[in-house]
Design a protein around this ligand. Structure first.
Ligand code: FES
Length: 365
């Protein structure tokens, strides 16, 4: 079996949250306990201020079309040359839109340029409205607010790297590719999409690959849906694999890699939060309103329809931003953050956690 080069231990851990998330976790625990001390009443309404990260006012400096349904927005501080909070490849920004909706978008610019953030957004005609709002309403000069950046998909800069991008999933990978090129790593990118016109950032990527040997493009209209084994064969078996795209791509790559126990996968989905083994249940609010949670949606998705500005960030059960309080019912906790004491005290992270099929979860909202 080939020996995989070992990057530093503190880097090569796909599931590990970054330092910011770790500190946020610690902070949220301290705040949780301080807010649940006897005699201290915890706020029961969304948003819970203690869990809302600092906000940065931004202005849209420019917009350009990258593909028929993909637009890139360049954002600056309201004083354009003022430096913005730093970030690293794999980070995302929570953008609060003029309507109050909040959506998470990967940063796809260059972290070396501290005066701008770039995000690219695919317009989803049948989505929940955030991408339509950005495409249809947000123009140069529009003021937005952002929380973050947060990094839930860190790049560990292993010596040999394979990047697999599906559609708009190129956005978090672009800064990683740029960083890999800057560091002189041995990298390869497979960019997949429904047709050539849908492959964003072709020119920018080509500039990172002047000899033209490091990028492969795969269009479904000509070649059909990609075989994950063929995609993975684009790089040596020792390569670390970073994949971002729709659930179908990610799941097929994950299944293929699961047979190769010496390989790790760093992955981020680029769809709505997917639900594994979900079953329908119902949230009941304090005023008696019942919100059904379908099997294929998260409780957070359902809350966001009712409360578009409901706090959230990682949407993976790591950060605690979305925490709510359960008053009655038995949760199915699926997060990576809460202690058993916190769960016993009624805390719930609705971005991942649920309830048994057909049951009612009463929450303090
Ligand atoms: S949004 Fe981060 S734990 Fe729910």
């Amino acid at each position: 079996m080939p020996t995989q080069p070992q990057p530093p231990n503190d880097l090569y851990r796909p599931e590990r949250p970054d330092q910011f998330m770790t500190q946020l976790t610690r902070l949220s625990r301290v705040l949780f306990f301080s807010l649940t001390l006897p005699g201290v009443r915890r706020s029961s309404r969304l948003p819970t201020p203690a869990h809302v990260p600092a906000e940065t006012p931004l202005t849209v400096r420019s917009r350009r079309d990258l593909a028929p349904d993909v637009a890139e927005f360049t954002l600056t501080a309201q004083r354009p040359q003022e430096p913005l909070p730093a970030w690293q490849p794999g980070s995302h920004l929570d953008v609060i839109l003029p309507s109050g909706r909040m959506r998470s978008y990967s940063l796809c610019g260059d972290p070396v340029d501290t005066t701008v953030y770039r995000i690219a957004v695919r317009r989803l005609a049948n989505g929940r409205g955030g991408s339509r709002e950005l495409h249809d309403v947000v123009l140069p000069g529009t003021r937005l607010t952002a929380r973050g950046p947060f990094c839930t998909f860190p790049f560990a800069a292993e010596p040999t790297v394979l990047f697999l991008a599906g559609g708009i999933g190129i956005t978090p990978l672009l800064p990683m590719v740029r960083e890999a090129a800057r560091r002189g790593l041995d990298w390869h990118l497979v960019q997949t999409g429904r047709d050539h016109a849908s492959l964003a950032y072709a020119a920018e990527l080509a500039a990172l690959d002047p000899i033209g040997t490091r990028i492969t493009r795969h269009c479904y209209d000509i070649e059909g849906y990609p075989d994950p084994a063929v995609l993975l064969a684009r790089a040596p078996r020792s390569a670390a694999v970073y994949c971002c795209g729709p659930t179908r791509l990610l799941d097929s790559v994950r299944r293929t890699l699961s047979a190769q126990t010496d390989r790790g996968l760093h992955a981020q989905r680029f769809t709505k939060d997917s639900v594994a083994e979900g079953a329908p249940f119902t949230l009941r609010l304090r005023d008696g309103t019942r919100l059904p949670v379908p099997a294929d949606q998260t409780a957070l998705d359902v809350l966001l329809d009712a409360y578009p500005a409901a706090p959230r960030s990682c949407r993976q059960g790591y950060c605690g931003t979305c925490r709510i309080q359960v008053l009655d019912g038995t949760p199915d906790h699926r997060d990576h953050l809460l202690t058993s004491e916190e769960r016993d005290a009624g805390a719930l992270l609705p971005c991942v956690s649920r309830a048994e099929e057909g049951t009612l979860l009463s929450i303090d909202i």
